[in-house]
Design a protein around this ligand. Structure first.
Ligand code: HDE
Length: 678
């Protein structure tokens, strides 16, 4: 490995290490370094007397604690992050001069933060919502942030409406309910009265909004950006992250139950995967358009409520990102990281998408209140790995000690340095797009078709996915109290599909829509999760067993499942090791600490003892897993219970009686994710 390459991939970690501290084994001191002799009792005038003002140790400790909290992000407050690296497959020099996209041997350090959008910092993670997918690339030319979502379009077309949208999504101000949910009046009132949201709402009501894992969802840059190459030629570009494990989701009932059983479900999944060396991977894809093709489509390429269907503009996979290190401290890293779509490097530029243009203002502004001043770029997680010099000075929390008298440009005292760098030598120069027009507050007519792509999305869904969308609308609108709002939404989505809107209307006691449905017949198969990659790797199998089980055979099956990349974990009545015919086996959960919703599949090993309370628990597990369409397996004494429950022979229910190669058949079923045809 060349020195350059080594330096690149470790540069961020080395930088962070300079700020890392281990307190273990050290003497307790004040922040001034004074050793402290007592940390349990404040200084008092007499054993039972008042605390004294002079107790600087007490005051320092308490004051620091009183100031521990910072404002949570106004959106995307609930997030979780990890470190990793990115490597391009081949030079992208024909399209962009971005340094980190040139050399396949260079590994660029990255920091990725995933988030829900609407909920507070402590809210549950499996709620119905878009997920943020923000990546900071620490490149040798400065930080590049790709601040995306797992849904490729957005609710609104102009940034000026963002505060309205977010006010409508957040808990209603008079009673602060509901938390982390769009199932309430103000959200749907906003939707019905801002119909550009139709396409995004279709995605939000689909399975995309309840991902199985942060490792199993796509990411999208949403806006159209620009790539600019060394020759100054520009292409429009849309960014995609494609998860190597495929795109998979929970079912709604399951998602709601997990929100209670394990509100940390997604971060736990990410943390444990990285901890165990199952590093999440995503390929970076780009859709590219020449400037000449800008007006070739029946939508405006600047409109953030539109996708470029992959079948029309193919996604070229250009590199891979691997997340391989958990954070050391969530506050210092995950909470203090500051993303900004305006953090770009030479070779990447903006389009005139009015949503993107507004974001370019908002992100620095929000950090000023959230992180308390203009020096947040000095926080370890936000520092670039390349040097940075300018004439900015002072402000709250300034850490850099800038030497010398000069802090202005132009100067002679420092030979006019720090000096601007010409474009040819790496200085950033904005793409010289020609613009002209009158100052207007308006929306281009080319942004006014709100339903064609919402309809395209609907057309692209499989039957079960369509059913889930109808159920999601019915759930959400069922929680809307105002009947007029319900009806407005039904009428709005009648523009997408009459049958869909009529079924929703029927479920929520509204009238069928009067609107005309879109006549779009096109579909985009890439949008259906039924066409995603099916990969069993890292799937969790809940293995139910009891003392007296044939542990010899069970450990053989466990080994085989592990060899297939699955993660079997034993659930039993007690946590004590499972005794049986062979070696004793470690029990990870009891019926109190586990639930079927925490697993991708259930394997019932059974028990010789076969007590009724035990069987009752097993029936509950299996029934629930069955209702959530999950694979269920039994190859030992467990088979009889599946027969009793009349589950044997159902799709995705695998026993050794049905298949001689049980483990292979069960693994195959697990890779299929869910059995919708039950
Ligand atoms: Fe954001 N968004 N956003 N957003 N956004 C924020 O910045 C904003 C939009 C996205 O993990 C805030 O640091 C405006 C689209 C992610 O730290 C804030 C508009 C997309 C994150 C902000 C949008 C996003 C944010 C709040 C409309 C997908 C989390 C805290 C023009 C492409 C970043 C913060 C993280 C965060 C403003 C729309 C993605 C207030 C004004 C579209 C992933 O600045």
């Amino acid at each position: 490995m060349s020195n350059q390459r080594q330096q690149d991939e470790n540069s961020k970690q080395k930088q962070l290490e300079q700020f890392s501290v281990s307190d273990e084994g050290k003497a307790l001191t004040t922040n001034q370094g004074l050793k402290v002799s007592e940390d349990e009792f404040s200084l008092k005038a007499g054993d039972r007397g008042p605390t004294l003002m002079e107790d600087f140790h007490f005051r320092e400790k308490m004051t620091h604690f009183d100031h521990e909290r910072i404002p949570e992000r106004v959106v995307h407050a609930r997030g979780f992050a990890a470190h990793g690296e990115f490597q391009v497959y081949e030079s992208m020099k024909n399209y962009t001069k971005a340094g980190f996209l040139q050399d396949p041997s260079v590994k660029t350090p990255v920091f990725v933060r995933f988030s829900t959008v609407g909920g507070s910092r402590g809210s549950a993670e499996t709620v119905r919502d878009a997920r943020g997918f923000s990546t900071k690339f620490y490149t040798q030319e400065g930080n590049y942030d790709l601040v995306g979502n797992n849904i490729p379009v957005f609710f609104i077309q102009d940034a000026i409406k963002f505060p309205d949208l977010v006010h409508a999504i957040k808990p209603e101000p008079h009673h602060e309910m509901p938390q982390a949910s769009t199932a309430h009046d103000t959200f749907w009132d906003f939707i019905a009265n801002n119909q550009e949201s139709a396409h995004m709402v279709m995605w939000a009501m689909s399975d995309r909004a309840i991902p199985r894992s942060l490792r199993m969802m796509e990411g999208f840059g949403v806006h159209t950006f620009r790539f600019v190459n060394e020759q100054g030629k520009s292409h429009f570009v849309k960014f995609h992250w494609k998860p190597v494990l495929g795109v998979h989701s929970l079912v709604w009932d399951e998602a709601q139950k997990i929100a209670g059983k394990d509100p940390d479900f997604h971060r736990r999944d990410l943390w444990e995967s990285i901890d165990q060396g199952n590093f999440p991977e995503y390929e970076l894809g780009v859709q590219l358009l020449t400037e000449d093709d800008e007006f070739k489509f029946d939508f405006d390429v600047l409109d953030p409520t539109k996708i470029w269907p992959e079948e029309e503009v193919p996604v070229k996979l250009i590199g891979k990102m691997t997340l391989n290190r958990n954070v050391d401290n969530v506050f210092a890293e995950t909470e203090q990281v500051a993303f900004h779509p305006g953090h770009v490097v030479p070779g990447i530029d903006f389009s005139n998408d009015p949503l993107l243009q507004g974001r370019l203002f908002s992100y620095t502004d929000t950090q000023l209140i959230r992180l308390g001043g203009p020096n947040f770029h000095e926080l370890p997680i936000n520092r670039p790995v390349c040097p940075f010099h300018n004439n900015q000075r002072d402000g709250y929390g300034r850490q850099t000690i800038n030497k010398g008298p000069v802090s202005y440009h132009r100067n002679s005292l420092a030979s006019n340095t720090p000096a601007p760098v010409p474009e040819a030598e790496g200085g950033y120069a904005h793409y010289q797009e020609k613009v002209e027009g009158r100052k207007v507050r308006s929306r281009s007519d080319s942004f006014k078709d709100h339903f064609s792509q919402a309809r395209l999305f609907w057309n692209s869904m499989s039957q079960p996915e369509k059913q889930h969308i109808i159920q999601a609308f019915s759930f959400e609108l069922g929680k809307v109290m105002n009947k007029d709002v319900r009806q407005q939404v039904v009428d709005m989505f009648g523009n997408v599909n009459t049958k869909m809107a009529s079924e929703i209307a029927d479920n929520i006691g509204a009238n069928p829509p009067q609107s005309e449905e879109s006549q779009v017949t096109k579909s985009s198969p890439a949008l259906s999760q039924l066409h995603t990659k099916m990969n069993p790797a890292t799937r969790k199998v809940g293995v139910i067993a009891e003392h007296g089980v044939d542990s010899k055979e069970l450990s053989m099956i466990l080994d085989k499942l592990k060899a297939e990349g699955l993660q079997p974990e034993i659930i039993s009545t007690k946590l004590s090791p499972l005794q049986g015919s062979g070696e004793s086996l470690e029990v990870k959960y009891t019926f109190q600490t586990a639930d079927s919703v925490m697993f991708d599949a259930i394997y019932f090993a059974g028990s010789k003892e076969n007590s009724e309370p035990f069987n009752e628990q097993v029936r509950y597990f299996i029934r629930e897993a069955f209702n959530h369409k999950k694979p269920i397996g039994a190859a030992q004494d467990g088979t009889h219970l599946l027969k009793e429950e009349k589950l044997k022979g159902q799709p995705g229910v695998i026993t050794n009686e049905d298949s001689k190669t049980f483990v292979e058949a069960f693994t195959q079923a697990i890779s299929q994710h869910r059995f919708w045809d039950r």
